[in-house]
Design a protein around this ligand. Structure first.
Ligand code: MN9
Length: 308
C-alpha cells in the first residue's frame, strides 16, 4: 500500500465531521457524500474521528467503520490522518493498528486525559502506540484534553514515529519555536481556525480544523496567499472567515457547522447526543441571521455566503 509521507501532508485539512442520522446512528451514506464533496472542493487531506469528528462519542467499532468507509471513499485522492486517541493505551493501539491496516497515512492522538496522567505516563502512551504501528504519529495538543508544554513536546519528539504535532493552542509563537528547536522536518499543523494565517505564517505546514468542513474556500485562499507572501489577501480572507466562525460559535458550533454544510448543499446529518440538534424554527432563524451577516459583510466570492 503506498502511503503519503507526513512531510508531504500539507495544506488545508478538515477535521472531518462524522455524520449521524436522526436516530443517532452513524450514517455511512451521508459520510461518503460529505467526504467526496470536500475533496471536490479542493481540500488537501482529511483528519478523522477527532474532536470535530465526535470520536469520543463513538464506540471503537463505530470509529473503525468511519475510517474504513472514508478511506474507501477517498480512494487515494487525498491523504488521511486518523485520530486514535482514547483514555486507555490498549484501545488506542487497537484503533492505530486498524487505521494502519485500513490504509491511513498517519495516526494522531490527544494525550490520555481525565486522570491527569503524569508526563512519564503520557510518554509511555505515545511510545506504546507508535511502537505498535509503522505509520507516523501526530501529537494532538489541545486544551480540552490538557495541553502539554513545549519541553514535553520536545521529549515526545524523541519517540521514533512521533513526526509531528497538531497545535490547537493560541500560543502560535511556539510553532516557530518547534521548527527552530525540534527541526524543520517535524511537521506542524496549526489548529485554531481563527488563527490559521498566524499559524501558517509562523511556519506551520498545514491547518487542521473544524471550519474547513463548512468554509474550506477562504482557507484554501489563505494557504495559497501565505505561500505567495501575500499577507493582505490572507488577512482579508481571515477577516471574513472569522466573522462566520464567531457567528457560528455563538450558536453552538458542532450543530452549527452541520447546519452550515447543509446550506452549502451537502447533508452532513445530525450531531450525536448530547450535542443536541436545532429544531426547524431555530435553524430557520439562524439561517436568516446568517443572511444578515452576509449583507453586513457585503462581500462576494465566498461560496458559503453566496449560497445563503
Ligand atoms: O482544532 C478545533 N478545535 C476543537 C480543532 O474542536 C475544540 C478548531 O478547529 C476549533 O473548532 C475552531 C473554532 O474555535 O478553531
Amino acid at each position: 500500500m503506498s502511503r503519503v509521507p507526513l512531510k508531504n501532508i500539507k495544506g488545508v485539512i478538515p477535521a472531518l465531521v462524522t455524520c449521524f442520522d436522526k436516530n443517532d446512528d452513524y450514517d455511512e451514506g451521508r459520510q461518503r457524500k460529505v467526504t467526496s464533496y470536500l475533496i471536490d472542493r479542493g481540500v488537501h487531506g482529511l483528519y478523522l474521528t477527532g474532536s470535530t469528528g465526535e470520536g469520543f462519542l463513538m464506540t471503537p467499532d463505530e470509529r473503525k467503520k468511519v475510517v474504513e468507509d472514508v478511506i474507501d471513499e477517498v480512494k487515494g485522492r487525498v491523504p488521511v490522518i486518523v485520530h486514535v486517541g482514547a483514555i486507555g493505551t490498549k484501545i488506542s493501539i487497537d484503533l492505530a493498528k486498524h487505521a494502519e491496516k485500513s490504509g491511513a497515512d498517519a495516526i494522531s492522538s490527544v494525550p490520555p486525559f481525565y486522570w491527569k496522567f503524569s508526563e512519564p505516563q503520557m510518554f509511555n502512551y505515545y511510545r506504546d502506540i507508535s511502537g505498535a504501528v509503522g505509520i507516523p504519529m501526530v501529537v494532538y495538543n489541545i486544551a480540552l484534553a490538557g495541553a502539554v508544554g513545549f519541553n514535553f513536546i520536545k521529549t515526545l519528539a524523541t519517540i521514533e514515529g512521533v513526526q509531528g504535532i497538531k497545535y490547537t493552542l493560541t500560543s502560535k509563537f511556539e510553532i516557530m519555536r518547534i521548527k527552530e528547536e525540534i527541526g524543520r522536518d517535524f511537521v506542524v499543523y496549526s489548529g485554531a481556525d481563527e488563527m490559521a494565517m498566524t499559524g501558517l505564517s509562523f511556519g506551520a505546514d498545514g491547518i487542521i480544523g473544524s471550519f474547513y468542513n463548512m468554509i474550506p474556500e477562504p482557507f484554501l485562499d489563505i494557504y495559497k496567499a501565505i505561500q505567495a507572501g501575500d499577507l493582505k489577501t490572507a488577512q482579508e480572507k481571515q477577516r471574513i472567515a472569522n466573522a462566520i466562525i464567531l457567528y457560528t460559535l455563538d450558536r453552538g458550533f458542532q450543530v452549527g457547522i452541520k447546519a452550515g454544510m447543509n446550506w452549502m448543499g451537502v447533508d452532513a446529518g445530525y450531531c450525536r447526543e448530547p450535542f443536541g440538534r436545532f429544531d426547524r424554527e431555530t435553524e430557520e432563524r439562524y439561517h436568516a441571521e446568517f443572511r444578515q451577516l452576509k449583507a453586513k459583510l457585503g462581500v462576494k466570492g465566498i461560496p458559503f455566503l453566496d449560497k445563503l
